[in-house]
Design a protein around this ligand. Structure first.
Ligand code: SPV
Ligand code: MN
Length: 605
């Protein structure tokens, strides 16, 4: 086999890498192999290859390209994404598993010869900042230049780390057969995780949540590692909240498509990351976190000049951006709710598109709800100066968000660390287009991480409890709900999240009081009134407050019962979790008896 760039391989002097290459060249049977290093030249090669292979097409604006995924590959595949387990290993109900031997046999059969006639690409990256205790090296093998182009944007380069190294994550991907640059063998799509060997095999897909090894596949391997080593690997953004000339860092876990990126991008604040954080204790007893990534693979629907001015501006100016699954007309990208009228025809993920078109009796929208943009965080005006700091930043607050139309108030603070872990572990959210399946179904999503968990829930929760207990100054824990509705209308403007953030920041610095309710602390009316006035020059009425912050004991108790049902069947859930559930039930029942089914927040003054 002729290997392009074999001198690069030789310079690594890495026997394990060489062995892996031999193994997968034999299995995948590519026509050629190209080894890439961190150079600009190799990054440019990949960009051009993505266009040459038809996986991307240049758009009108300099640096912009469009990539389409198959209509059947527009979100993460929850059915065929599995953890390979040895006989006897139980991971619990939330996690899909396959017997390791059978799974490996199955996926190796699919992979046998899958790269025939294709170029195998090999590249090395670093998860987390360089030269840091957070850094984890990762090797990527793929036949998709789109995947590598995405990784060159989203991750830090890591070639040099592979000199003298034999402990790293491995991702082996093939998009399989392509037609017009789009993969077609979707029925043979598999994403199999082999935790024992810290490697993932993913085939017959291109949607980045399935294909890009360093994203959700590395998240799963790192969750396994973190839970063995007592740190946290979370599906969390990382941002700086700015007030009174100071900066205070928060992480936030939100289910996909529930306002995570737009929270990380609140105007006037700074962003470190929008998706995945590694968090470790520091010597002074604080939690420290880094962004695993250096780019954003963000949902583009709803990005408009009013709600997300910064991202909108960035997306509509020249720079390196991969758009995916949007509508394109005359080489200009359009997406849903972008604040202007969309053309009535163009090209999208189904091919030629015209307004009103249906497929299987369902109208095809101009762009997919899960259409995305991919760019470097350094391209954003609000990039935080600590993006690449090897020490990370001190995290003072965790935020758990969910999509909940009728139960939780917009904002809460937990009564303690352990109560906060209970709150995070009982997040319920209505499903969205980011994962394949029905939308709008209430689903339990602990720490918004359920789709990525590879350790039993009990282990995961225990690790959280221990983590906070081991800190002198644990982050405060908050929960938010941007999606509360009354008579079908949202009770909050999308931009209100800025006020919630300012309140949380003030709580960290002990500048605001709070009201204690059965489910946690809520803000006082006067503080919110002042903040709305200060931030938006907007009146916040007692009526607004009452509608949003009433404690709905009846609905909350129903929710608690649902959560209890789920945890009943999970093994080894720490007793502390059950205690918090029981205490919360008692408090709610008590309040219900005394004050009714829906309690005005003023009653807690
Ligand atoms: C998410 O859906 O949570 C994402 C995008 O961040 S991906 O997981 O890559 O599909
Ligand atoms: Mn995500």
């Amino acid at each position: 086999m002729n290997i392009n760039g074999s001198e690069k391989l030789a310079s690594l002097k890495n026997k394990k890498v060489e062995k892996i290459l031999d193994e997968y060249i034999t299995l995948l049977k590519p026509a050629s192999v190209t080894i890439l290093n961190d150079s600009e030249k190799d990054q440019e090669y990949i960009k051009q290859l993505a266009v040459k292979n038809n996986e991307e097409k240049p758009l009108k604006m300099e640096g912009h390209t469009i990539h389409y995924d198959s209509p059947k590959d527009q979100g993460r595949d929850l059915v065929n994404t599995r953890v390979l387990v040895k006989p006897g290993v139980q991971l619990g109900k939330a996690i899909k598993t396959t017997d390791r031997e059978e799974g490996l046999k199955e996926v190796f059969e699919i992979m046998d010869g899958i790269m025939e006639g294709k170029e195998m690409l090999v590249k090395f990256y670093c998860l987390g900042p360089h030269n840091s205790k957070f850094s984890l090296p990762a090797m990527q093998i793929t036949d998709s230049a789109y995947v590598l182009h995405s990784e060159d944007i989203l991750y830090r380069q890591g070639f040099d780390m592979f000199k003298e190294l034999d402990d790293f994550f491995l991702f082996v991907h093939s998009a399989g057969k392509l037609e017009n640059g789009v993969c077609v063998d979707i029925d043979k799509r598999r994403v199999y995780m082999d935790l024992d060997e810290e490697r993932v095999f993913t085939v017959n897909n291109q949607y980045a949540g399935n294909s890009v090894g360093l994203k959700k596949l590395a998240l799963r391997l790192a969750i396994s590692k973190a839970n063995k080593e007592d740190w946290l690997c979370e599906h969390m953004f990382l941002m700086g909240a700015k007030r009174k000339g100071r900066i205070t860092y928060f992480t936030g876990a939100f289910p996909s498509a529930c306002g995570k990126t737009s929270t990380a991008m609140i105007p006037g604040q700074s962003i470190i990351g929008d998706d995945i954080a590694y968090i470790r204790p520091d010597e002074e007893g604080y939690a420290r976190g880094v962004n695993v990534e250096q780019g954003i693979f963000g949902i583009i629907a709803d990005v408009n000049p009013k709600d997300d001015p910064l991202i909108y501006k960035t997306l509509t100016s020249p720079r390196e951006i991969i758009f995916s699954n949007v509508l394109v007309q005359e080489d200009i990208p359009y997406w849903l709710n972008m604040g202007k009228d969309l053309p009535s025809e163009g090209t999208n993920f189904i091919g030629k598109w015209k307004k009103g078109m249906t497929v299987d009796g369902k109208e095809v929208l101009a762009a997919h709800k899960n259409a995305r943009f991919c760019l470097r965080i350094s391209e954003l005006e609000n990039v935080d100066e600590n993006l690449h700091n090897p020490e990370g930043v001190r995290i003072r607050g965790f935020i758990y968000g969910g999509r909940d139309s009728d139960t939780n108030p917009p904002l809460l603070q937990s009564l303690s660390w352990a109560h906060g872990v209970y709150i995070g572990a009982s997040v319920e959210s209505e499903t969205t287009a980011a994962a394949l399946g029905k939308e709008g179904v209430r689903k339990h999503n602990p720490m918004s991480n359920v789709e990525f968990l590879v350790v039993p829930l009990g282990v995961y929760i225990e690790n959280h409890l221990k983590f906070g207990e081991g800190l002198d100054v644990p982050p405060l824990i908050f929960s938010t709900n941007y999606f509360l509705k009354e008579d079908g209308e949202f009770l909050n403007a999308k931009t209100d999240k800025k006020v919630w953030l300012m309140w949380m920041e003030g709580r960290v610095h002990e500048e605001f009081g709070a009201l204690e309710t059965p489910i946690g602390f809520i803000p006082k009316y006067e503080d919110l009134k002042k903040l709305f006035e200060m931030v938006f020059s907007k009146a916040y009425t007692k009526n607004n407050y009452e509608e949003q912050f009433s404690i709905k004991t009846g609905k909350l108790l129903e929710r608690l019962d649902r959560i209890e049902e789920i945890y009943k069947v999970e093994e080894d859930i720490p007793q502390m979790f059950h205690d918090h559930l029981e205490q919360q039930r008692e408090r709610l029942k008590d309040a219900q008896k005394k004050l009714g089914d829906v309690i005005s927040p003023f009653k807690f003054e």
